[in-house]
Design a protein around this ligand. Structure first.
Ligand code: OOB
Length: 554
């Protein structure tokens, strides 16, 4: 059965100007490698080495490749066609890796959703990507994804194929997939789009980020050298595997590229991870700041042997120097700060950097060809050491989102720089210190929440007249979300509003941590102030008030 969508669907592209293509190739960044190409080669070269460990599964490189080919042929036998987009919503299980690589092998395009995403987000990805397939596990962390699959098919009927790891019920089981392997296509064009990653969504809904084989493989190949990953390494995925950080900085793809071993932790906490570190002799892991602090505390008390850990990477949100010191003291291994973004640019402190750099900066870019500008509000460069907006372009930073002209007009300059939305200071040597951001999203322990998106959902509630969502500093999460709400008529209970947001089919991390009712929002004498100013004002008043002893919040 063909896919009627294919003919009319928007093509996926990520295009750099010719001069840049020539430069990135000449410099050896883009080598014409592809995912299936390198995986096949590793399966031959490291056939009997263990590639992936998770749950009761231990796959060698040869076995992983066999799974990849079986699933790839199965996808095509089910009627998917090269170029089709397939949403992958799997947790930290070996099938995540097998399915993603199988999609590459069949020239299908994974779209990575987080396990936390729910119908509103998944339906948005499906529509925006024009997806025709969806892969889930029957359950993960207590949630039944087959229910979500039914909702998705009801909302977006074009998603005609659902594949399930585990009991598939009326859907197709991943473990039963089979097909004609001889009919699998050749390897893709290295400059074609390999997958769609999800943006943190600084304004409104998440955007789709098309990444090519050439650009992405360069980012993790170069990361391996900076993170000390080689064939003897054991890399643990503790954060959700769909995040760009554990996927490619250097992530499980970097580890597979190096012929190393990937260990999938079923959860991010010490309880799940520590026994696995001891058993598998894990050498490297990536964490967000609150987790790193949790691990550092737990390491002091644990009976598990963590002595194999060489490098603990921390990123996704700001690690303040004092927290960095606690992480080093608690875990007793090399700390590496990682400041990256799914759109591309990744900065690392180097493993041999002096302590003050490692503790106080978020590192410097991977590539000599990562161009970084730090500019004022008018786009003029600021002197070294001063805070400004971070703009960047380079061999693994996108030039545009998929199918979103309005976002592209905002997020990219005419000469192709990506406006990261981050406010940084650049120090001598190119090291960056993240000082905040220009856009109104909440970075809740590394999970990005768009203020605008949540405000829209709150405004849909009949008892909400207006709402503004802001980030509030939080000792554990770094930031938490606080919704300031003007009620319409009778004031709803905060718990009811939180339940409302959850009921709108959103990831749980987007539910406001706190709801504060106010009588009115201030406007200036000249009229309405911008939402941005309003949010800033609410945040400042709240913090000033919270500092007072009688402060009361819900
Ligand atoms: C990573 O990627 P995203 O796309 O979830 O989020 C990117 C944003 C950055 O623009 C910045 O605002 C923030 O997350 N961020 C940091 C940070 N690392 C990321 N802010 C301060 N300090 C850091 N170390 O979060 C991501 C992607 C690849 C590697 C690492 C993180």
């Amino acid at each position: 059965m063909g896919n009627p969508q294919s003919a009319t669907r928007l093509p996926l592209r990520q295009v750099w100007p010719d001069a840049f293509v020539a430069r990135y190739r000449a410099a050896g960044y883009w080598r014409g490698e592809t995912f299936p190409g390198f995986l096949r080669e590793r399966a031959q070269r490291h056939a009997d080495d263990v590639a992936v460990v998770g749950g009761d599964t231990r796959w060698t490189y040869a076995r992983l490749w066999d799974e990849v080919e079986r699933i790839a042929a199965g996808f095509l036998a089910q009627g998917l066609q090269p170029g089709d987009r397939v949403i992958v919503q799997l947790g930290n299980i070996p099938e995540f890796i097998a399915v993603a690589c199988a999609l590459f092998r069949a020239r299908l395009v994974p779209v990575y959703a987080l396990p936390a995403h729910r119908i509103t987000e998944v339906a948005h990805f499906a529509r925006k990507a024009e997806a025709s397939g969806y892969v889930v596990a029957e359950r993960y962390e207590g949630f039944d994804y087959r229910t979500l699959a039914r909702e998705l098919q009801a909302e977006v009927p074009a998603v005609g194929h659902v594949f399930v790891v585990g009991d598939a019920q009326e859907f197709t089981s991943v473990s039963a997939l089979e097909g004609d392997r001889a009919a699998l296509p050749g390897d893709p064009d290295p400059q074609s789009v390999a997958f769609l990653q999800i943006s943190g969504g600084s304004t409104g809904l998440s955007k789709l980020i098309p990444r090519t084989h050439d650009d992405y493989i360069y980012s993790f190949r170069a990361s391996n050298a900076l993170c000390g990953i080689d064939r003897d390494s054991v890399y643990m995925v503790a954060l959700p595997a769909a995040h760009n950080f554990p996927m490619s900085s250097p992530g499980f793809f970097g580890a597979l590229y190096a012929g190393a071993r990937v260990v999938l932790s079923p959860g991010p906490g010490p309880d799940a991870a520590f026994p696995l570190i001891a058993r598998e002799r894990v050498t490297c892991v990536g964490l967000v700041p609150p987790l790193a602090l949790l691990w550092a505390d737990a390491a002091a008390k644990t009976t598990h042997d963590l002595s194999s850990l060489q490098v603990v990477q921390v990123g996704g949100a700001k690690l303040v120097p004092e927290a960095a010191r606690r992480v080093v003291a608690g875990l007793g291994c090399t700390l590496q700060q990682v400041f990256g973004m799914a759109e591309g640019l990744v900065n690392y402190t180097r493993l041999d950097d002096p302590d003050d750099i490692v503790l106080e900066t978020q590192g410097r870019p991977i590539s000599p060809d990562d161009e970084v500008l730090v500019v004022d509000d008018h786009g003029n460069p600021v002197p070294e050491g001063e805070v400004g907006h971070l703009l960047t372009r380079g061999p693994y930073t996108i030039r545009g989102y998929h199918n979103d002209e309005a976002a592209n007009a905002r997020a990219f300059t005419d000469d192709g720089y990506y406006r990261t939305g981050d406010m940084v200071q650049r120090l001598p040597g190119g090291y960056l210190v993240v000082q905040g951001r220009a856009t109104d999203h909440i970075n809740r322990a590394g999970e990005k929440i768009s203020a605008e998106e949540i405000e829209d959902h709150l405004l849909a509630h009949p008892q909400v007249f207006d709402a503004a969502v802001v980030s509030i500093p939080d000792a554990f999460l770094g930031e938490r979300s606080c919704a300031f709400v003007i009620a319409r008529g009778e004031q709803p209970r905060p718990a009811a509003l939180k339940a409302w947001v959850r009921g709108r089919g959103l990831a749980a991390f987007k539910v406001p941590d706190q709801v504060v009712f106010v009588d009115a929002f201030d406007t200036t004498a000249v009229g309405k102030i911008s939402r941005r100013e309003l949010r800033a004002q609410l945040r400042e008043r709240f913090l000033a008030h919270a500092a007072a002893p009688a402060a009361k919040t819900t």
